[in-house]
Design a protein around this ligand. Structure first.
Ligand SMILES: Cc1cc2nc3c(=O)[nH]c(=O)nc-3n(C[C@H](O)[C@H](O)[C@H](O)COP(=O)(O)OP(=O)(O)OC[C@H]3O[C@@H](n4cnc5c(N)ncnc54)[C@H](O)[C@@H]3O)c2cc1C
Length: 301
C-alpha cells in the first residue's frame, strides 16, 4: 500500500472533522497559529480523555493529533454485559467523531516507534509525524507465554475477550452454542492484572445467562490467587444467593497448561477438570503510561 504523506492525511482528517461539526457548539475557536502540537498515542479511556481536555483547556490553542489503531471505541468495562446478554456490541461502541467536534485530529493508524531526539512518531500507514509534546497511552498487553499450550492455534478457540471487540462476540457465541450442562472455566491470573473485579463480574454475567438459558451448566473460577482479590464479600454473597451450585470457586488454582483439543486445563492443583467452553486469559499487568514527556513503548505493548 502506498504511504500517504502527512500533509495529505491531516488534510483528509481535517475535512472529515469539519463535515462532522454539528453547528460548532463544542469546537474551541482555532487560533490562526497553534502554540504547539501534542500527539496522543492510543484512543482508549486515557488517551481520548487527554486529547479532549488538551483541546478544551487550551481553548483550541494546542493542535492535538490522536493516533488510534481501531476505527471505533469499544468499552471494556461494559463488555461483560454483552456476555450476559443484556447489552449488544452496538450499545458499548462509540464513534471518534465526537472528539473531532473538539478539534482533535483523529488518525486511524498504529504508532510503531518514537524518536525522542527528533520528536517524531513513526506510523504504519503514513509518514512520521513531528510533535512538541507526546502522550503515550497504549495500555497493557498480554503475556501469552504464561500458560503452556496457549499458542496461536489454541488462541483461536480459547478466546480471552479481555479486549472488548471481536473476541467478545466470539465468546458470547461459544456460550450460546454450549449445551445445557456444559462447563465454562475462567482463569484468574495472579494479581496485579487489569481490572481486579473483571473476572468475578464475568463469572456472574455468564451465570446470569446460564440461569436463564442453560440452568444445568456451570462456571468454574480457577483463581491463581489465594482468595477473591476484589470485593470478596460482595461477590461471594452473589454466588451463594443468586447462583448457588452454578458458580464454583477454587482459590490457589493457577492455570498452568491448556489443551485446546482435549478441552482441559491443568492447574497448580492436582485436579484436571474437563471443560467444554473455557476462559483462560494470559496474565496481564497494568502498564498504562500517560505522560507529557515522551517514553518509548515496550515491546509487549
Ligand atoms: C472486562 C473488563 C471490565 C472492566 N471494568 C472496569 C470498571 O468497571 N471500571 C474501571 O475503571 N475499569 C474497568 N476496566 C479496566 C478499563 O477498561 C481500563 O482501565 C481502561 O480501558 C484503561 O484505559 P487505557 O486508555 O489506559 O487503555 P485502553 O482503554 O486499553 O486503550 C488503549 C488504546 O490504545 C490503542 N493502542 C495501543 N497501542 C497502539 C499503537 N501502537 N498505536 C495506536 N493505538 C494503539 C488501543 O487500540 C486502545 O484503543 C475493565 C476492563 C475489562 C477488560
Amino acid at each position: 500500500m502506498s504511504r500517504l504523506t502527512r500533509r495529505d492525511f491531516l488534510k483528509i482528517s481535517g475535512a472529515a472533522a469539519t463535515s462532522l461539526l454539528p453547528g460548532c457548539m463544542t469546537q474551541p475557536s482555532a487560533p490562526a497559529k497553534p502554540i504547539g502540537r501534542v500527539i496522543v498515542i492510543g484512543g482508549g479511556f486515557g488517551g481520548a480523555t487527554a486529547a479532549k481536555y488538551l483541546r478544551m483547556w487550551s481553548e483550541g490553542a494546542i493542535e492535538v493529533v490522536l493516533i488510534e489503531r481501531n476505527a471505533e471505541f469499544i468499552s471494556c468495562p461494559t463488555s461483560n454485559l454483552v456476555l450476559g446478554g443484556t447489552r449488544t456490541m452496538g450499545d458499548i461502541t462509540r464513534s471518534y467523531a465526537r472528539l473531532r467536534d473538539y478539534g482533535v485530529q483523529v488518525i486511524r493508524d498504529e504508532a510503531t516507534a518514537i524518536d525522542v531526539e527528533k520528536k517524531r512518531v513513526s506510523l504504519k500507514r503514513i509518514e512520521d509525524l513531528p510533535y512538541d509534546r507526546l502522550v503515550v497511552s497504549p495500555a497493557v498487553d498480554f503475556m501469552h507465554d504464561q500458560i503452556e499450550g496457549y499458542n496461536p492455534e489454541a488462541q483461536k478457540t480459547i478466546v480471552h475477550a479481555w479486549k472488548a471487540g471481536p473476541e467478545t462476540v466470539a465468546l458470547r457465541q461459544q456460550l450460546e452454542a454450549m449445551p445445557d450442562g456444559g462447563v465454562y472455566i475462567l482463569s484468574v491470573p495472579r494479581a496485579p492484572y487489569r481490572c481486579p473485579p473483571g473476572p468475578y463480574e464475568r463469572a456472574c454475567q455468564v451465570a446470569f445467562y446460564f440461569k436463564q438459558a442453560k440452568p444445568r451448566s456451570k462456571v468454574i473460577i480457577l483463581d491463581a490467587n489465594e482468595d477473591v482479590v476484589s470485593k470478596p464479600a460482595l461477590f461471594k454473597a452473589a454466588w451463594n444467593e443468586l447462583y448457588k451450585g452454578m458458580i464454583e470457586y477454587r482459590g490457589n488454582s493457577e492455570a498452568k497448561a491448556v489443551d485446546a483439543r482435549a478441552k482441559t486445563v491443568k492447574t497448580t492443583c492436582s485436579a484436571t477438570p474437563r471443560f467444554r467452553r473455557r476462559r483462560c486469559p494470559s496474565r496481564a499487568i497494568w502498564r498504562t503510561t500517560t505522560a507529557s514527556s515522551p517514553q518509548p513503548r515496550s515491546s509487549s505493548s
